[in-house]
Design a protein around this ligand. Sequence first.
Ligand SMILES: NC(=O)c1ccc[n+]([C@@H]2O[C@H](COP(=O)([O-])OP(=O)(O)OC[C@H]3O[C@@H](n4cnc5c(N)ncnc54)[C@H](OP(=O)(O)O)[C@@H]3O)[C@@H](O)[C@H]2O)c1
Length: 225
Amino acid sequence: MENLEIAVLGTGPVGRAVAGGLARVGHEVTLGTRDPGGTAGREEYAAWAAEHPGVGLATFAQAAGGAALVVNAAGGDVALGVLASAGGENLAGKVLLDISNPLDSSRGFPPTLFVKDDDSLAETIQRAHPDARVVKSLNTMNNALMVDPQRLGEDTTVFVSGDDPDAKAVVTALLHQLGHGDVIDLGGIETARGPEMWLPLWIRINLALGGNDFNLKIVRGPTLR
Ligand SMILES: NC(=O)c1ccc[n+]([C@@H]2O[C@H](COP(=O)([O-])OP(=O)(O)OC[C@H]3O[C@@H](n4cnc5c(N)ncnc54)[C@H](OP(=O)(O)O)[C@@H]3O)[C@@H](O)[C@H]2O)c1
C-alpha cells in the first residue's frame, strides 16, 4: 500500500507502540497530545522519542488536521473528548481506526465496561463523528502484539468492524503490513460490541497466565477452511 500520513491520538503505551509500528513499515506518523511541550519533557516520552526520531508530536488538532488517517489511542473514558479536541472537521471523510476500550476503573479492579451489550464505544464515536469512517480493530490484544503479532510464533486473529468497506480495506492492509495474518471482518460498526466485551475475559486470562503476551486464535474446522 502507499505510505500514508497518520495521526495517532494518544501518547500512552498504545499510542507509542502503534506510532512506532506504523513508522517502521514506512508511514509518516505524528502523535497527538494535549500539550506537546509538556509531553516532550516527560522522561518516559523523551526516552521513547529518542528511539523514534521520525515520529512527530503535535496537538490533537494539528496531528489530525495533517493526516489522511487517524488512530484513536486514547483512554476509553476520555476518547470522545480527545476526538472533540482533534476537531470534527479534521476527522471528516477520514478513516478513524479506534483501538480504545470502554473501561471504567472508578470502582476499582476489575474494571467494568461503561457501554456494552446493546451499544459500544466504537458506535458512540461513529455517532459523534458521522462523517468519519470508523473502524474498530486491535483493541483485543496487548500493545506489543498490535505491531508485532508474529512474536507469538504463529498467526493469531484480529477483528475489524465498521460500516465503510473501503475504510476496513485500508485498515486491513495496515494490519497485514504490521504482520497480522488472520483478519476477520465481523461486519458493521455494531459488531465492535463483541471485541469490546472480550476485555473482561482478556483481563482474567492475563491474571491466570501471569502475563499479557497472548492472543486469540480462531481455528477453523474443515468446512470453513
Ligand atoms: N494498554 C494496552 O496494551 C491496550 C490494549 C488494547 C487496547 N487498549 C486501549 O487503548 C487505549 C489507550 O491505552 P493506553 O494505555 O495507551 O492509554 P493511556 O495511557 O491511558 O492514555 C493516554 C492518552 O490519554 C490522554 N488523556 C488522559 N487523560 C486525558 C484527559 N482528561 N483529556 C484528554 N486526554 C487525556 C493522554 O493525553 P496526553 O498525551 O496529553 O497526556 C494520552 O495521550 C485505551 O482505550 C485502552 O483501553 C490498551
